[in-house]
Design a protein around this ligand. Structure first.
Ligand SMILES: NC(=O)c1ccc[n+]([C@@H]2O[C@H](COP(=O)([O-])OP(=O)(O)OC[C@H]3O[C@@H](n4cnc5c(N)ncnc54)[C@H](O)[C@@H]3O)[C@@H](O)[C@H]2O)c1
Length: 332
């Protein structure tokens, strides 16, 4: 608990749209924000973890009922995030404003690379990446009009995972999207903050995915991957991630274009890291274009991150400070 109770992070008079909030992580984000005074649109089409049409469950209604029973305000929306305009219009019609968007809806298709089809690839990208585009395109004009907004996107540790190429690509993509939106907001000089989270939690998605992977392993004559001990799984309850989302969603939070990870009560921030650099210019005696051998012979520089730096996402990468450095280097 905060030492000063007046420092409690509250969301009175704020409205949050939380996608995929009918279960798992989104549900916990919705319950937490609502418990702190936020009005919430609980969006969820109630689908299968892999986005197939196998199931459709009215899970958003259950979360809305839970919020209302606890004295909060919420309404359900069943549109797919691929139709962001309809979801945002519903939010505006229901609550008259939109201050926070937690882009949480996601699917995970379980094919390894050799089995991945274009249909499965597109299904994943359509929900996980284009869905964020669609919702944020619709929400953005309201943020700009209010000169205020909080956008959170949901990436994944599986950005680096084997056997989930479409998912990994979509989750890396939302970080780029969030960074780009943040730097547009910065140019507009508005209090709009866009950040990404990398959650880790025991949910329907992780359970169903593990079950499918184990079926595949068994077919290949391999042993099933055992699940972690129950006491550890309890610590992986999705509610352990939501405080990070609530902090990033709060008006007092000044984080911009960041990536934070959270799960099991553990929180940290990821960052971009640049190694020390190699110059191969006329100052180093290189005539004309550098050759592949210049790069090979100087490649040790790329392993030294201790003496490198931590560029801000977006404006600190090659197109920003690094080019300035090259110009400075040539001029000195
Ligand atoms: N659980 C984890 O460890 C973990 C790790 C990294 C990232 N994530 C991400 O966190 C988010 C939430 O995942 P979860 O673990 O709670 O999964 P989940 O499957 O339990 O919940 C996801 C919810 O999103 C909904 N949804 C799916 N497609 C939708 C669409 N097109 N429109 C609206 N709603 C849709 C589903 O119906 C479901 O209720 C996802 O983006 C997921 O990729 C989860």
């Amino acid at each position: 608990m905060p030492k000063d109770p007046t420092s409690e992070l509250r969301f009175d008079n704020r409205v949050a749209l939380i996608t995929g909030a009918g279960r798992g992580l989104g549900r916990e984000h919705a319950l937490l924000l609502a418990s702190r005074g936020c009005k919430v649109i609980v969006n969820d089409l109630g689908g299968a973890y892999d986005g197939s049409d196998a199931v459709k469950q009215p899970v958003a209604d259950d979360v809305v009922a839970e919020i209302i029973a606890a004295g909060g305000e919420a309404a359900a929306n069943y549109d797919s995030v691929e139709n962001g305009a309809a979801i945002v219009a519903d939010c505006m019609e229901t609550f008259g404003r939109i201050d926070i968007v937690v882009n949480n809806a996601g699917i995970l298709t379980p094919e390894v690379w050799s089995d991945l089809t274009l249909e499965s690839w597109q299904r994943t990208i359509n929900v996980n990446l284009t869905g964020v585009f669609s919702v944020m395109q619709a929400a953005w004009p309201h943020f700009v009009e209010a000169k205020y907004g909080r956008c959170i996107v949901t990436a994944s540790p599986a950005m680096h995972g084997a056997g989930v190429a479409a998912y990994a690509a979509s989750k890396a993509g939302v970080i780029g999207l969030s960074n780009s939106l943040q730097f547009e907001a910065k140019k507009l000089k508005m209090d709009i903050k866009c950040n990404a989270i990398v959650p880790h939690a025991d949910t329907r998605m992780t359970r169903d995915f593990s079950a499918d992977v184990n079926v595949r392993r068994e077919k290949m004559g391999k042993k099933a991957v055992p699940s972690a001990p129950p006491e550890f799984m309890q610590r992986l309850a999705p509610g352990f991630v939501s405080p990070l989302v609530a902090w990033l969603a709060h008006e007092s939070c000044t984080q911009e274009a960041t990536v934070h990870e959270g799960g099991a009560g553990y929180f940290a921030r990821f960052n971009w890291a640049r190694s020390t650099h190699l110059y191969a210019t006329e100052k180093e005696g290189v005539e004309g274009l550098p050759t592949p051998e210049h790069v090979r012979d100087g490649a040790a520089a790329f392993s030294d991150f201790v003496n490198g730096d931590l560029p801000e996402a977006g404006d600190g990468t090659m197109a920003g400070s690094a080019l300035t450095r090259v110009i400075d280097h040539l001029g000195t």
